[in-house]
Design a protein around this ligand. Sequence first.
Ligand SMILES: Cc1cc2nc3c(=O)[nH]c(=O)nc-3n(C[C@H](O)[C@H](O)[C@H](O)COP(=O)(O)OP(=O)(O)OC[C@H]3O[C@@H](n4cnc5c(N)ncnc54)[C@H](O)[C@@H]3O)c2cc1C
Length: 307
Amino acid sequence: MIKKFDLFIEEHHLSCVKKEVSLKLLTTVKCGGEADYLIDPDSYDELSKIFEFICRNNIHYKIIGNGSNILVSDLGFPGIVISLKNFPYLIELHGGKLSVAAHIECAYLQKKCILEGLSGLEFLSGIPGTMGGIIAMNAGAFGHDVDSALDSIKTVTHEGKIVRIQAENMEFSYRKTKLPFEKFIITEGTFNVQKKNMQEVKELCDSYISQRKSKNLWLALTFGSTFKNGADYYAGELVEKCGLKGYSIGDAQISKSHANFIINNGDASSKDVYLLIRKMKDEVRKKFGINLELEVKLWGDFSYAGK
Ligand SMILES: Cc1cc2nc3c(=O)[nH]c(=O)nc-3n(C[C@H](O)[C@H](O)[C@H](O)COP(=O)(O)OP(=O)(O)OC[C@H]3O[C@@H](n4cnc5c(N)ncnc54)[C@H](O)[C@@H]3O)c2cc1C
């Protein structure tokens, strides 16, 4: 399959393809190996053509935003990683609807919203993702998830078609979404916003940011919450009750301030992090009989970490 992709690259003179690219620096936890290929197309034409080829040939692929919810195996990811970072810039307001390109970082969008006095997305302040990643994960904080503010998305489908989908057809639930088709790339999100006083928007964003900073996890190398919360429990509380706050394996450590966060203290391998994830899961299952569900996405093979 990969040979076929090499031929495809040559045939179409694709300059947006790089081989054997380290993913370590493309994730916020800063560990993990290489992807066979990283592609960063700069137009719908290029993306549609490549994505249709990948899907038609069943080539293993992933889409990366800011890498803030991903743990890549030390052995890397055997396949193609697609990034939209070179896609055209778009932040455009029409009436009460704000359209934003998927690769725009949430922090950048927040600054724009403050400058323009646009309210509705303040609760996302401090989430270190791109808007594409935020929609795909149905990310949220402070009692709101992004689906509550989403009008629609633009997406490239497995057939290379560009399709707009209304939020109500996206089957959002806690930290996930499902589209009418299995394989898709979000290229744009349109959000409902309201015009407000600039100072009011800024104050709300600032208050969310300072609540995050007070938890001491602001500059840490991490992927945020390791596990999803349940209907009647907080994953971090269960891990804490197992006495695991501060517990470490190699240079990976369960945060002393938030037991659902794993921190890379500088030189952790993905294996260290993975073993810590397993330890948290095992201890919680033993003590409470609860099977924690991962929020972080694991990329590649982790069987080398052993049983
Ligand atoms: C310090 C810290 C704090 C965090 N706080 C929160 C929080 O409060 N709330 C919360 O919900 N999350 C939080 N997170 C987790 C993370 O930031 C979110 O999940 C975010 O939405 C991920 O965005 P990303 O661009 O980094 O996506 P990535 O990590 O790159 O990807 C995440 C998933 O989305 C998919 N994806 C990314 N872009 C696209 C696209 N364009 N089309 C289709 N699929 C795509 C990827 O394939 C992957 O499955 C936190 C993380 C950190 C490190």
